[in-house]
Design a protein around this ligand. Sequence first.
Ligand code: AMP
Length: 363
Amino acid sequence: MDTMRFAPGAVLGILGGGQLARMIALAAADLGIRCHVFTPEADSPAFDVAARHTLAAYEDEAALAGFADAVDLVTYEFENVPAPTAAFLAARVPLHPGARALAVTQDRLSEKQFVSGLGLAVAPFRSIDTLADLEAAVAALGRPSVLKTRRFGYDGKGQVKIAEGTDLAAAYDMIGRFPAVLEAFVPFLREVSVVAARGGDGAFAAFDVCENEHRDHILAFTRVPAQLRPRTAEIAIAAARSIADALGYVGVFAVEMFITGEGEDERVIVNEIAPRVHNSGHWTSEGAQTSQFHQHVRAICGFPLGSSRRLGRVVMENLIGEASGDWREILAEPGAHLHLYGKRESRPGRKMGHVTRVSPEPR
Ligand code: AMP
């Protein structure tokens, strides 16, 4: 589809109404684009800032048809958009990123096969459909290893570590005996991600590689730049670019990676692709010349990409659960940029907001 026909005044449809949709809609508004959010979830954070919303199930074809008629193009804030929903919309209106990006990234097995097919390093893996497959795979890849469902895993859900004493039948039960992959355990020193944009014309702009610290499987801090050799950072960004080129990708995406080894032995191993704006890119709102949200809107509308240049050393801290209660102290802190997502109820593990702190680069 020709993406170059969009101009300010266009209406962008967004599937999903969480904080990512909210921040996309805010950026879109800066560029004169109005947003229409489609989600089955009442009281979604994006409703506060979007011109319109449709509250309906992703399987509701009448609602989807009305949505498609009301928008000029569609994007999404989560990778688990049902394939029939994506196909239904893509037949009526440009969908960016496209259905191929969704199909490849929704399934960990197809994602790993795709990434390793590009010649990029991934953790050794095996496909698991039965307990016998799991036993054979653990014999081949050893312990520790990590068992992950092929679909619907996020923030550590749908995965279990196979340690020395782990009973395999119990582990398989824990992930619901769903189709899965077993991955060799990667003894990583750092977790990093590349957040980047690709335009429909093949233009590419990556933000600096960032380093991620997870707590309880949830992103807690992102620090930029990552502590990497410049050559390793180049390799990480080149890996992200080859993934985006091979997918014919349009929009912002993130590639999560493990870094093993030190010095000359530093290596990049691709873990996961997120076909959307990503929590590890939130630092760009104040820490880069163009935010990931503006960049996404630019890319999918066929506008020129903005500069991804970093503006200092940046730390992004997620405010999870009760942590958002400190909003007053954060607002009183010079130079701290507070973002709250407008969620009514804080629950343990729920992302309520984030803070970004940018400091001058040491000379
Ligand atoms: P994922 O859902 O694949 O992003 O995994 C969630 C987290 O589990 C990662 O951020 C890592 O901290 C850890 N993890 C996942 N896969 C592996 C692996 N193969 N080896 C070591 N740690 C892993």
